[in-house]
Ligand binder design. Sequence first.
Ligand code: PEP
Ligand code: MG
Length: 551
Amino acid sequence: MKRSPPRGWPCNAVGEEITRLQQDLPKDAPHEIAALLDVHLMLLQDEQLISGVKHWITERHYNAEWALTTQYEIIARQFDDMEDEYLRERKADLEQVVERILRYMKGVASPMQPAAQAGSSRKKSQQDLLLDDTVDVPLVLVAHDISPADMLQFKQSLFVGFATDVGGKTSHTAIVARSMDIPAVVGARSASQLIEQDDWVIIDGDAGVLIVDPSPIILAEYGFKQRQGELERVRLNRLKHTPAVTIDGQRVELLANIEMPEDTLGAVHAGAVGVGLFRSEFLFMGRESKGLANLPDEEEQYQAYRKAIEGMQGLPVTIRTVDVGADKPLDRLDRAQDSHLNPALGLRAIRWSLADPPMFLTQLRAILRAAAHGQVNLLVPMLAHASEIRQTLVLIDHARMQLDNKGTPYGPVRLGAMIEIPAAALTLKLFLRYFDFLSIGTNDLIQYTLAIDRADESVAHLYDPLHPAVLRLVADTIAECNAQGKGVSVCGEMAGDVGMTRLLLGLGLRSFSMHPSRILAVKQQILRADASKLAAWAAQVLASEDPASLL
Ligand code: PEP
Ligand code: MG
């Protein structure tokens, strides 16, 4: 039975190309070449190839290129198993035919998919899948890499979890996955090559473990763990309306980290008393059009900030100015271009904003306007130099002046700086002269103190929140702010890590900002803690050569 090829299968075009090659062969060309091209023409019509591609597209919603590559791999394995050497060698012909089709798809946007998604990389294939919502079997995505911007579409996709070859535990892809409660393992090295289509996998995001083809005992164990986790969630939910107060009566503020205005729903639901970190860059990412970043204008940003403020129903919202760069490229193009540099040390966050004053002023005006609708704290990332502080403050004043000139209403904001570069943590007095509050970005503070790229899995074992140098900088920042009566919070992943709650309390921290899914677990730790007894213990941890041994 001859099957009809999938709609848009470019066999005619590619077939014509091969036929033309045959016709153009020089007269003295060995006749084997023409015969070989005949084989290619036959392979182009191969039923197993065509029906397989059709299957992957219709059943699994793969894009055309990924469907073709997947089917090629299946048939290629069959060729490898053939006893007849001649037939075994036909695998190379199939490979050439497939390459020819892929080249055609790349060069001429295939009618099987929108032109904007044409391309041969697996990443773009993932993009198609991320946007698909028509499959209801539990599937996980195993990929070389997923960008933080892609993560925003993950919840609407057909996947229930993912694993990537690259990335660190505090890479933004991992952070967003955690904030969305998506089971994920990042930095699993060659997982995308070793794991095959239709393998069963367990993704244990808590332990950072990926189990392929688990035995029935392991499956049962994880089934049990899953049920325990659900029970624990139900139990923790009862703490939602309980104020976060330690045994000795110390009040603690538990705030939410969000990426999008809609995340305020989850923040309120988890009992957050405000947003401690709105990563505004997520409004800027993944918006490229025709290869150019297409940034949100003032009105679009204003509406987004206003939505977040209204979503928090009168609770304060801390909006951080844009922090793109490093592992948060504006678009995929950026990522490729920067691969030869070290973007974590480059034009990132406030450096990027100060390099483009009109863009920064647009954001500042939008935040100031939104502040007319509720309590807003404006937080500036990655400051290190006094000159950067002064330029930032001048631009904030300038944005106010621009709004005054136009008669546009705006509201007051408290100004805060992130302490995430050791240079900032070592010049706290300077920062406290200019800012109303500080927020410690431990993710970057660890990265820059220890010279460990937080997105690089090959040095992930050295990324140590408990390194004495990191603890010293965190402790000093908290102590200095407390001494001066200025607000201080921690908004890095450390704040949501229940293993760190007692230590941070002991160091004097009373404001924690974390993804909403962590709030109740941290609250439980706080309710069980006696802060008055923790200070002396925290001092010992701080002085220890091996702080982890005391935790
Ligand atoms: C941090 O560095 O700790 C932080 C909260 O900012 P981000 O993770 O967005 O860099
Ligand atoms: Mg940071």
